[in-house]
Design a protein around this ligand. Structure first.
Ligand SMILES: O=C1O[C@H](COP(=O)(O)O)[C@@H](O)[C@H](O)[C@H]1O
Length: 223
């Protein structure tokens, strides 16, 4: 694992957006289309704000979430709605969104269709992940019903997920799909998540799911 500490959160968000933009530019220089997967939640909004204003050939970009809460876009918990509000604006509005939600009561009903579109763009060129203080990443939670399936080396690309700490069903990229990304970054802020990260480094992914990704990732942190 690589660890980069920034002087403050503004420097973190700007520096990380710049790093990601550079990696996307590199990817677009050598092929027709490139891909970016991003987290939802409360942390990455400022990175999206910066990225959305970057001059890139966004029309050649496929963008998807790492995971989604199984709620419609009208819900304030919808990661898709966050992405549309903060990333798919300005220059980045030209990017193609690969959805992780479909209108059905349960994720299982849409899983095959959603997975087919994600499989078509793997491996991801750039993966940005978040992490919860409980050491979950994407929607791979400690104690989740399909945790061992999501961590398996032969895991499917997408899994439905239900966990004690998650109020609604989720859909998530598996650890296999995440780890296959070419450039992997994890964004965390604050003392609580820094301590959780240190704890996760010594734990098995069944206890600390983010540990499955850490050896492949650069972690970006500011207090
Ligand atoms: O529920 C989620 O949580 C994690 C962490 O979110 P944060 O609010 O602590 O930044 C996020 O990475 C994930 O995509 C999201 O669905």
């Amino acid at each position: 694992m690589k660890f980069v500490e920034y002087s403050d959160r503004d420097a973190l968000m700007l520096g990380l957006a710049d790093k990601i933009a550079g990696e996307l530019r590199m990817a677009l220089a050598s092929k027709d289309r490139a891909s970016l997967s991003v987290p939802g939640g409360t942390t990455p909004g400022p990175v999206f704000d910066s990225l959305s204003a970057v001059s890139l050939d966004w029309a050649r970009m496929d963008v998807l979430l790492n995971d989604e809460r199984w709620v419609p876009e009208t819900s304030e918990r919808s990661n898709t709605a966050l992405l549309k509000r903060r990333l798919f604006v300005d220059k980045a509005a030209a990017a193609v969104m690969i959805p992780l939600y479909g209108d059905a009561p349960r994720p299982e009903e849409k899983l095959a269709d959603l997975a087919q579109a994600v499989d078509a763009i793997l491996p991801l060129d750039v993966l940005l992940l978040g992490m919860g203080a409980d050491m979950h990443t994407a929607s791979i939670f400690p104690g989740a019903d399909l945790l061992s399936e999501a961590l398996a080396e032969d895991a499917p690309t997408l899994l439905p997920m239900r966990a004690p700490g998650a109020p609604e069903p989720r859909i998530t990229l598996s650890a296999r799909a995440l780890k296959s990304a070419i450039n992997i970054h994890i964004l965390i802020t604050g003392a609580e998540k820094r301590a959780a990260l240190e704890r996760a480094r010594g734990l098995d992914p069944m206890e600390a799911p983010v540990a499955a990704i850490l050896p492949h990732a650069t972690v970006h942190w500011a207090a």
